[in-house]
Design a protein around this ligand. Structure first.
Ligand SMILES: *Cc1c(COP(=O)(O)O)cnc(C)c1O
Length: 243
């Protein structure tokens, strides 16, 4: 099993390198984030010990369950799931470096409040719904800049990037516009020179579409299935706030 994980990571590395080569990018510009939902702490330890130390969960409950087992191995944790405001206090206990799924002002306000109370800061990405699928979270693209401007005023939150989940489609030419949209938003936002905003990271691309995301400028790809194998729950389980 562990052998498999290492082999799978090597394959992902090769895919990253090929995609970079195709468009003349340096593979070092693309960070591999391991999406570890449903993966137990033992298996996560394997990848951390192999030197892949950027990981992310979708649910606060899973962050909590695995925290003790992983806390002594150096790594960086991001959060990539839908965050309910009543979970803010809890998530701040677990050393999360960046919340990639900030998608509404109410969440930003409540995060700011709690971070100020605890005298902490948090890196955030704005999650944009680039595919217009109702089943996915994220701010609508046309409202993203307004959200960035509002969040920029919260001194405890530091916007470092944008995140999106591409359209689920086997046709690459249908997925690509999602990633192009995120890239264009990045350029537009950085052009505005907003204080407290530096959108240098683009978190886009998953097991099935990472090449397209890299071609369009991804700096972080989020990979689960291609490394850890198929999950028993469908992704809608993880992307639905009612679970
Ligand atoms: C699960 C998940 C991923 C990884 O998806 P795979 O298709 O398993 O590689 C990436 N981003 C988010 C937000 C996820 O929930």
């Amino acid at each position: 099993m562990n052998q498999n994980i290492t082999e799978n990571i090597n394959q992902i590395q090769a895919r990253i390198e090929n995609a970079c080569q195709k468009v003349g990018r340096n593979p070092k510009e693309v960070k591999l984030l391991l999406a570890t939902k449903t993966v137990n702490a033992e298996r996560i330890k394997t990848v951390l010990n192999a030197g892949y130390t950027l990981i992310a969960e979708n649910k606060v409950q899973e962050v909590k369950e695995k925290y003790d087992a992983l806390k002594d191995i150096p790594h960086t944790s991001h959060f990539i799931g839908h965050l309910q405001t009543n979970k803010i206090k809890e998530i701040l206990r677990y050393d999360i470096r960046c919340i990639q799924s900030l998608d509404r002002i109410e969440l930003a306000q409540k995060l700011q409040q709690r971070l100020a109370y605890e005298n902490k800061n948090m890196d955030v990405f704005i999650q944009v719904n680039t595919s217009n699928e109702a089943s996915k979270f994220g701010i609508a693209p046309e409202k993203a800049i307004a959200l960035v401007q509002e969040v920029a005023q919260f001194d405890r939150l530091h916007i470092k990037g944008l995140m999106t989940i591409g359209l689920f489609s086997a046709k690459s030419e249908e997925v690509r516009p999602c990633f192009q949209l995120l890239k264009n938003l990045q350029l537009e936002i950085n052009g505005l020179n907003i204080t407290n905003v530096d959108v240098s990271e683009l978190s886009m691309g998953m097991s099935n579409d990472l090449e397209i995301a890299i071609e369009e400028g991804a700096t972080i790809i989020r990979v689960g299935t291609a490394i850890f194998g198929k999950r028993i729950y469908s992704d809608s389980y993880y992307w639905n706030e009612n679970h």
